[in-house]
Design a protein around this ligand. Structure first.
Ligand SMILES: C[S@@+](CC[C@H](N)C(=O)[O-])C[C@H]1O[C@@H](n2cnc3c(N)ncnc32)[C@H](O)[C@@H]1O
Length: 307
């Protein structure tokens, strides 16, 4: 049984796969077609690990871009750049049935357990929107948000440490996570029903020992590990109301809006015990769509080079 907080099935349902693919395209658009802010273009990686591979969009794109007509030039670029890379996609949820490139393999892995990978073996390790779902060892009910922040997420840090041990010296660890505590309307509260919904979702995740707003903690946690020569962190306040002057940010915001529209019904069942009713969900959706609002939420991108 998966402990992924958005779904509970062993196989990702079709709509979740579509959602992750769509979000992947929006994030990659924001990165101007790159897979990360890390300077991967100058590498000749032989082994790449994708943690929490979900629908597989990131590594499918990385290894098999030529199938993607919309991104053909980038495909050629990536295909030229990483012709010999072998990619391992690791997740506790099976990959969806889809055409996969020949140079990749799926490995069923629970990140909270011993990792089945050799030390110093990978050139690039990437985890996106995954660490936020990883559960703590600590008794969940004791984890108030302030305590969590003080605690520096021991489980996430332990995973990052063990994952980094699997990186070669000079390899890149790329971790990209959101921070919905920074969900604002013009820098202020986003709306009563959005707040109720986010509050309930965050409570439900924290009670399960996961941290939905892990993004802001990443840089300090990575520094505390003392395993890197370079640590970079960048965040974007994602414009959800098409209000940015930067087209790629608005496209990311539109993709984030679509993902929220898809996630909200998925949360209906699990959040009913937190007082979230159909009326609140509908009102939250209306607030999200309100053209008078200028909504933003935050996502952090980190890329760190191993010593
Ligand atoms: C929101 S999805 C992100 C998928 C993908 N990284 C992306 O950006 O599209 C989170 C993924 O983390 C996986 N996950 C959550 N907890 C995990 C764990 N303990 N071990 C392995 N995978 C886990 C889930 O199964 C899910 O596929």
């Amino acid at each position: 049984m998966s402990n992924y907080t958005i779904q509970n099935d062993d196989i990702a349902p079709e709509q979740e796969v579509e959602r992750l693919d769509d979000l992947h395209v929006s994030i990659t658009g924001y990165l101007d077609g790159r897979l990360s802010f890390a300077p991967l273009e100058s590498l000749s990686p032989s082994l790449i690990l994708e943690l929490g591979s979900g629908s597989g969009a990131w590594y499918v794109r990385m290894t098999f871009l030529a199938i993607d007509d919309n991104n053909l030039s980038r495909a050629i670029q990536a295909a030229k750049q990483f012709p010999n890379a072998r990619v391992t996609a690791a997740d506790m949820t099976e990959l969806p049935a889809r055409v996969l490139p020949p140079n990749m393999a799926f490995k069923k892995v629970d990140l909270t357990q011993t990792l089945p990978f050799d030390r110093e073996s990978f050139d690039i390790i990437h985890a996106r929107l995954t660490m936020m779902h990883v559960r703590e060892f600590l008794p969940a009910q004791t984890l108030e948000p302030e305590v969590l922040t003080m605690y520096k997420l021991p489980q996430a840090m332990d995973i990052l440490r063990r994952v980094t041990q699997c990186l070669k010296s000079g390899g890149w660890l790329i971790v990209e996570e959101p921070d919905d505590d920074c969900f604002w309307n013009n820098g202020g509260p986003p709306g009563r029903n959005i707040e109720k919904l986010l509050g309930a979702w965050h409570r439900s995740m924290r009670e399960r020992g996961a941290e939905p707003c892990i993004g802001r903690l990443l840089e300090d946690d990575l520094r505390a590990l003392g395993m890197f020569t370079e640590i970079h962190s960048h965040y974007v306040d994602i414009p959800l109301s098409n209000q940015s002057s930067v087209t790629s940010e608005n496209q990311l915001g539109a993709g984030w809006q679509r993902t929220m529209r898809r996630v909200i019904p998925m949360l209906k069942q699990s959040l009913s015990s937190y007082g979230i009713t159909d009326a609140i969900l509908e009102a939250a959706q209306s607030e999200l769509d309100d053209p008078e609002k200028s909504l933003t939420t935050r996502m952090y991108f980190t890329w760190s080079k191993k010593s």
